[in-house]
Write a protein that binds this ligand. Sequence first.
Ligand code: PLP
Length: 385
Amino acid sequence: MIYLDNAATTRPSTSVLRSMSSFLEDCWQNPSSGYRASKRVSEAIEEARASVAQLIDAKPEEIYFTSGGTESNNMALFSVDSLLPAEAVMATSQIEHSAILRPLEQIEQNGRAVDFLPVDALGRLIVPDHFPYSFVSLMWANNETGVMQPIQEVVEKCRDASVAVHTDAVQVVGKQKISVRETPVDMLSLSGHKFNGVKGVGALYVRSGFRLQPYLYGGGQELGKRSGTENVAGIVAMGQAAKEAYERLETAPSEIMAMRDAFEQKVLELVPGVDVNGDLARRLPSHSHLSFCDCEAEGLVILLDEYGLQCSSGSACMTGKQQPSHVQTAMGYDVKRAKSSLRFSFSHLNTLEEALQAAALVQKAVTKLRSVQNTGTGPVVIYTP
Ligand SMILES: Cc1ncc(COP(=O)(O)O)c(C=O)c1O
């Protein structure tokens, strides 16, 4: 099986699994207890905090552990909402992950004005001239297209206008070198399972001095901001994954890009009627987002899975939903194009050989699906507008 769905999740490395297992089998004590074994556990948490901080060029005390990207986003948004005066306006982009859009819709329902800013046809935010907001949340890179957003420009403009900025950097952290010193956002969300950690653990970076309201109340863990006995094994795994990702940052992005580009080139060579989506000059090296004319993406995913290739037709949490992707709708794609798009996402665990094999499997699946669609006899449900 060739795995090209690394934007959905990544495989934990053996060393990551080994690092966490000792905190399940041996060092399982509560990190807040008073004996020596507990001290070892709490030290491991702090070591992981330092590794995660290093990955984004932050200070360890600016990192709060959470249960993942979704919680980090919710924690950031609801904290800001609770601190802002009633008349203050929040803004985000129309292409955010649902872990930003749904909480902001909730905040809007509770009475706050929220602006959902448009993107262009290449999937990049149209940066407004003015920021009449108190707070902006903009993703660093989009999870479907991989298109990098103009976060630096937005941060600079927001700084001039005293607007606070949060970024959902879940797709970027561990895959691209980023620095919260060079791009001084106030808050940043990340998720361990996107860079070969395990699911159910993430972190929120909060710049020193930026106010954060407690999200979960209880025993006062995470400086009283996020109570609950820590997910020690998950945190240790994320720390180990962060260390390994940091070591790879110099070489992996260009190697991954070479695989992605070889795959794309081969697909374009082998398959007629393919469009490459998004801003090709400014996208993550891992992502390839392709539309296959006259092919229904859900059917392609099923067929490719049968042939030995795992990929997806959008974000994992949208799979099986009837509506076209909100990201492609915001980019101005019609329903037909949006419903014929697939995301292939690479990691350092893929090989060039796999990339080329995958392109051949794509050719086989598209040819089959198009012929089935033409005769109208196949088992695949075709979308009809
Ligand atoms: C951009 C983005 N934000 C947030 C999330 C949610 O992260 P988690 O799965 O850790 O809750 C994802 C996961 O797909 C994502 O891609």
